[in-house]
Design a binder for this molecule. Sequence first.
Ligand SMILES: C[S@@+](CC[C@H](N)C(=O)[O-])C[C@H]1O[C@@H](n2cnc3c(N)ncnc32)[C@H](O)[C@@H]1O
Length: 218
Amino acid sequence: MSNLDSAATALEKGFCEDSNFPEPQQLLSELSELLTVLEGRQPETIVEVGTARGGTFCILSAIPSVNIAISIDLPGVAATENELQSVADAPTIRAIRQDSQTVQTKEKVEDILDGRDIDALLIDADHHYDSVMTDYELYAPLVGSNGIVFVHDIVVHDRADEIEVDEFWTDLEADGTKAEIVDQAYGPPFVKRDGWNIVAHGFGVVDRRGELKGRTHV
Ligand SMILES: C[S@@+](CC[C@H](N)C(=O)[O-])C[C@H]1O[C@@H](n2cnc3c(N)ncnc32)[C@H](O)[C@@H]1O
């Protein structure tokens, strides 16, 4: 079974314990919709800023068109490049393990891309306002005119965790190219998964093609 089939099966099952995949830190309803959008776009280059154990990275990199998949996360925290290569499908899997919010990290991404645009960018690292803004300002300019940006956690239920992506998303001006993927049914009381409650969710989408509009309820 290909990784993409495994991902689809895992999504359907809600990641049963015998899945080979680490669990993505996402609502599977929203991730499934994101996957549908991306499968229609045939992205060749994807970048995930904030990968953790790699659950979402594995799924994104399993999209058959993907040639280069780049993961950015802090050292000692996230899955290593070897670990990602053992579960992810893309021909080129690269893991940069340093602070995403530096020009040096951006330059490493550019070196790997070697002149290519990013086709799909997922920002899901430090969720403070200034941090999300920095990630967006560094990496969104590398996304091509047919590309797409996803910003995770635009719906925040509990500010105690200092998640401020909603404020960033509200303030972001993107020339009419903003859309959203949100599971409207999700909210308190929260479902405890893997020892933690999901208190924020939803993808903000900046679609450079301008095809996605408004809010997709899933
Ligand atoms: C919510 S988790 C990512 C979940 C992952 N996208 C998924 O769907 O499974 C956030 C990740 O961002 C990383 N992170 C936080 N601050 C960062 C920074 N300044 N640079 C790079 N990674 C960072 C954390 O180490 C953590 O692994």
